[in-house]
Ligand binder design. Structure first.
Ligand code: FAD
Length: 283
């Protein structure tokens, strides 16, 4: 089913996973998928390595398997920055062969040494994908994309994604809902009308958060800093506080009319389980 049609019916709860590095058929990975599918998400998205080669076929295979073997709708991420037309054609063929209907079209990050740069921005990929018939989504950044110094320009680029055929958007993780609400207001003001699903990642450790801040530039509200400081040496308590924070963040987003929620599961079904249980407790 096209995700655009799911968005017409409900505010979807979706999960994100990444393909495992080892064998795709490993029992443990299929145990992960089985556990996630028991939680009945509206769809599961599968990330894609931004490298022009190596590992990209896993995304298509997994996204196909989620639909066929687990009966859950899927969305395959597809990056373009390190690809040329021929590589992209192969990616597209693999997605069609796997029966994938939904694609999150992304630029990806430049891989040093890569020489294949036919596509420079996600919009170019979206325009190229238009005749392929996928339901396309795109990424967005409530606090602005880390490379873009001007939030207004970043928003204009976002509008271009809608013009290029994106039918839904998923945000980068953020911890401060006020940033998301401001972003939505500004995006709607300039004519972005498609659904925007907030992406939520629970904090599990200080190292994880430090990594995230440097790669995506998400700001840390004082509540998060307090959690990190208080439970720095108590991993179990930190994990619990992180899940509780994510649950209250999601509760607030839902209450304020967000278009669903996208949970970055980090391939750990227990995280998704704990968050969904917490959400039930909040209702
Ligand atoms: P773009 O929309 O192309 O934007 C990139 C930058 O270029 C921005 O600063 C934008 O303002 C600017 N820009 C856009 N168009 C133009 C233009 N015409 N002229 C000048 N500047 C322009 N990465 C992966 O490798 N694999 C994944 O599976 C993956 N999944 C993701 C899922 C989500 C929900 C999100 C939010 C991100 C994901 N990423 C993934 C990371 C993403 O690839 C990076 O954030 C990347 O740096 C930007 O991708 P984009 O598609 O948003 O790029």
């Amino acid at each position: 089913m096209r995700l655009a049609d799911i968005f017409k019916q409900k505010k979807p709860i979706s999960f994100e996973i990444f393909p495992p590095k080892g064998e795709l058929s490993t029992e443990s990975f299929h145990a992960t998928l089985a556990a996630l599918s028991k939680l009945s998400p509206d769809y599961i998205s599968v990330t894609c390595s931004a490298g022009g080669s190596g590992g990209r076929e896993r995304t298509a295979v997994l996204a196909g398997s989620i639909r066929k073997d687990y009966g859950i709708e899927s969305c395959a991420h597809l990056t373009c920055i390190n690809s040329d037309e021929q590589m992209l054609r192969e990616d597209v063929q693999r997605l069609h062969d796997a029966g994938v209907e939904n694609v999150l079209a992304l630029r990806g990050d430049v891989i040093p040494g890569s020489t294949a740069h036919t596509f420079h921005y996600a919009c170019e990929l979206m325009r190229r994908l238009q005749p392929e018939g996928f339901c396309m989504g795109g990424a967005c950044y409530p606090e602005g994309h880390i490379e873009c110094a001007d939030p207004a320009e970043d928003l204009r680029r976002l509008y271009e994604k809608q013009e290029a055929g994106a039918e839904f958007l998923v945000t980068q993780l953020f911890f401060d809902n006020a940033c998301f609400y401001r972003f939505i207001e500004n995006a709607r003001r300039i004519g972005v009308t498609i659904p925007v699903t907030p992406g939520v990642m629970p904090i599990l450790s200080k190292a994880q958060i430090e990594r995230m801040i440097f790669t995506c530039g998400a700001s840390l509200p004082s509540a998060i800093i307090r959690i990190l400081t208080r439970y720095e040496n108590d991993p179990d308590a930190l994990r619990k506080a992180g899940i509780d924070y994510a649950v209250s963040q999601i509760g607030d987003l839902m209450k304020n009319g967000a278009d669903g929620v996208h949970i970055y599961t980090m391939n750990r079904p227990q995280i998704a389980t704990d968050i969904l249980e917490g959400m039930r407790g909040c209702r």
